[in-house]
Ligand binder design. Structure first.
Ligand SMILES: [Zn+2]
Length: 143
């Protein structure tokens, strides 16, 4: 006689009628109140699901989810990363070599000139933030 409780898969398959239990499992089920209650709960779920009308979505969600998981990841653009790293190295070298001269160059700027120099950077940064925000909104709306 089987002493362990039935597995979740056995309980579910028995409740929805897709599997006939082995003799030992069937004998356990006839005596075990816990497994009987589990099968009863699963039968309620199966009945409730079978009473539901068709899906309310315009698409089949069960087909879309695996498709999203199986999408290929965007490959890393090694050339772009290498170029950015090379550029960063050049900037670091230039700062090391011309550091004091660059500081005196920017220290000599008037406040208006420094605003004029920093304004395009700030505008670029804000534009990029807005673009990322709108892309994020589009992704949320497409779900
Ligand atoms: Zn049991």
């Amino acid at each position: 006689m089987k002493t362990a409780h039935l597995t979740e898969a056995q309980l579910q398959n028995h409740a929805d009628g897709s599997e006939i239990l082995e003799a030992s499992a069937s004998q356990h089920l006839s005596k075990c109140r816990f497994c009987q209650s589990q099968v009863g709960n699963y039968r309620l779920v199966v009945d409730a699901l079978s009473d539901m009308s068709g899906p309310t979505f315009q698409f089949n969600l069960a087909e879309l989810i695996p498709a999203e998981y199986n999408k290929k990841k965007v490959p890393l653009h090694w050339i772009a990363i290498a170029a950015a790293s090379f550029g960063a190295c050049l900037v670091v070298l230039a700062m090391g070599y011309y550091g004091m001269q660059l500081l005196t160059l920017f220290a000599a700027l008037s406040p208006v000139q420094s605003y004029i120099l920093s304004l395009p950077l700030i505008a670029f940064f804000l534009t990029q933030c807005a673009v990322q925000f709108f892309r994020y909104q589009q992704k949320l709306n497409s779900l």
